[in-house]
Design a protein around this ligand. Structure first.
Ligand code: ZN
Length: 466
């Protein structure tokens, strides 16, 4: 029997007999995680509705009535559906807790990956596969939480809600969290929502450095650089070439840095981390907090891609299309520039700066699509932070909890404006490279997933009884 076959067999047993005390449902959890990772949920070829339906089946098998588990499918988007489920609370006046996860994943090409991106592979202490980290581990933990709570007969004071959504990873795709905020606001209403955003940090040796809690996040915005040209025969080249204009402008973007900015979130992060990190990096953090124009200190922090991104707006070329024939001068060349805009900075400011950076009238810079309103960050009150600190100290004594500014953007951008304060709390510890989320050979440590599962199980219980 293969390992996979054994796991499947154990999973079936786990489902039939419930969790045994020695594995606290670990095997069943792994089967949920595996099923989610192995259900392709890319926008191009995947099916979020199928993933949601599979998770719904697990909840129903655990005893959730049909009325408390609903698959939603936005009109005209049959494969971009999701799931809403609820474990009712005992106090009808208490607002719910919402566990939120997107189940869609970034595209992954088999030929580029070392292993099949849509098979959950365990290797050298890691789970490999698209979505293993972003964010099917947390999505599977949420489903597993509901299953465990039901099985234990846990009757929380607040209702515990679950929303699994689609469309978080693709700009311009229908966003499930946004759709719910608009079409099912009452069903997802909650005192607070928890989702991805930031993780725990491991150093290169795998030691826990700090557990982060998302306090604010940047806004993702695409810009398009485009050059059009009358073209011609490639046997008669001229200097005025659409591709040359474009690549020169894109190259200028690669050399440009937006100015360093500080707000409560990254100031809190660098102040807190300065003591933990120590040495030259710690000194640089302290120096930048007191003077963001300290170029030498900024240069030290910029060597870390995460710190670099937390300090400012960033823009990067992500896609290129150009030309129409191998033997013709290009008539059109286009680049997508993806910017992550610092909280409080407008799209218009960034657009104006990109025009200045490109510095070529032949290059037009435009905004292809605008996502929802800019969300003010949810407040980091003691009600939110104290339970995180409590569980973190139970599990990882001495590991500090620090607020963070998230360079990426999560579904908080849709729920915060809808009046549901949303926080990024995962309890998942990731490697310094972030586990290659969105990139090749995405991975997460097996131990991190199991610990994150315990952390989020305990944390949600505390919030639900607050
Ligand atoms: Zn994600």
């Amino acid at each position: 029997m293969t390992t996979t076959g054994l796991m499947m067999a154990l999973a079936v047993m786990g489902m039939a007999h419930g969790a045994t005390s020695d594995d606290d449902g670990k095997v069943r959890f792994l089967a949920t995680y595996k099923e989610l990772v192995e259900t392709n949920t890319t926008l191009s070829a995947g099916d979020c509705t199928l993933a949601a339906t599979r998770m719904a089946a697990r909840l129903k098998a655990a005893g959730y009535p049909d009325a408390d588990v609903r698959i939603f499918v936005p009109e005209g988007h049959p494969k971009e559906g999701g799931l809403i489920a609820v474990l009712p609370g005992s106090d009808p006046k208490a607002k719910a807790i919402l566990m939120l996860a997107h189940v869609d994943v970034v595209e992954a090409k088999r030929e580029d990956w070392t292993r099949d991106p849509f098979t959950l592979i365990e290797e050298n202490g890691y789970f490999y596969g698209r979505g293993t980290s972003d964010m099917k581990a947390q999505a599977a933990i949420w489903v597993d939480n509901l299953v465990r709570f039901r099985e234990e007969g846990f009757r929380p004071r607040r209702a515990i809600k679950l929303a699994l959504t689609c469309g978080e990873e693709t700009s311009g795709a229908l966003n499930g969290a946004g759709w719910l905020a608009e079409h099912a606001r009452a069903e997802i209403d909650a005192a607070l929502a928890i989702t991805e955003g930031v993780d725990g940090d491991l150093d290169a040796q795998g030691h826990r450095v700090a557990l982060e809690v998302l306090a604010a996040e940047k806004m993702s915005q695409n810009f398009v650089f485009e050059v059009t040209n009358k073209g011609g025969h490639s046997s008669r080249p001229v200097p005025d070439n659409a591709i040359y204009h474009l690549v020169r402008a894109v190259d200028k973007v690669s050399h440009y840095e937006f100015p360093v900015q500080l707000d409560d979130a990254n100031r809190g992060y660098f102040s807190g981390m300065a003591r933990i990190v120590g040495g030259q990096n710690g000194a640089a953090m302290t120096a930048v907090v007191s003077n963001p124009e300290d170029a030498a200190a900024v240069a030290i922090l910029d060597k870390d891609q995460n710190w670099h991104a937390m300090l400012r707006t960033t823009c990067v070329a992500t896609m290129l299309t150009a030309g129409h024939a191998t033997n013709a001068l290009p008539q059109r060349a286009r680049a997508n520039i993806n910017c992550r805009i610092f909280p409080g900075v407008s799209r218009e400011e960034v657009l104006a700066q990109l025009v200045k950076v490109a510095d070529d009238p032949a290059v037009t810079v435009s905004v292809p699509e605008v996502r929802g309103p800019v969300a003010a960050p949810a407040p980091l009150t003691a009600t939110i932070m104290a339970p995180v600190v409590t569980v973190a100290h139970q599990m990882w004594p001495g590991v500090p909890v620090v607020p963070a500014l998230e360079p990426g953007a999560s579904d908080a951008q849709f729920l915060n404006p809808a009046g549901i304060p949303t926080y990024g709390i995962t309890g998942l510890f990731t490697d310094p490279d972030g586990g290659n989320i969105h990139g090749l050979n995405e991975r997460i440590r097996i131990q991190s997933v199991h610990e994150g599962r315990t952390f989020l199980y305990r944390l949600v219980k505390i919030y639900a009884n607050q």
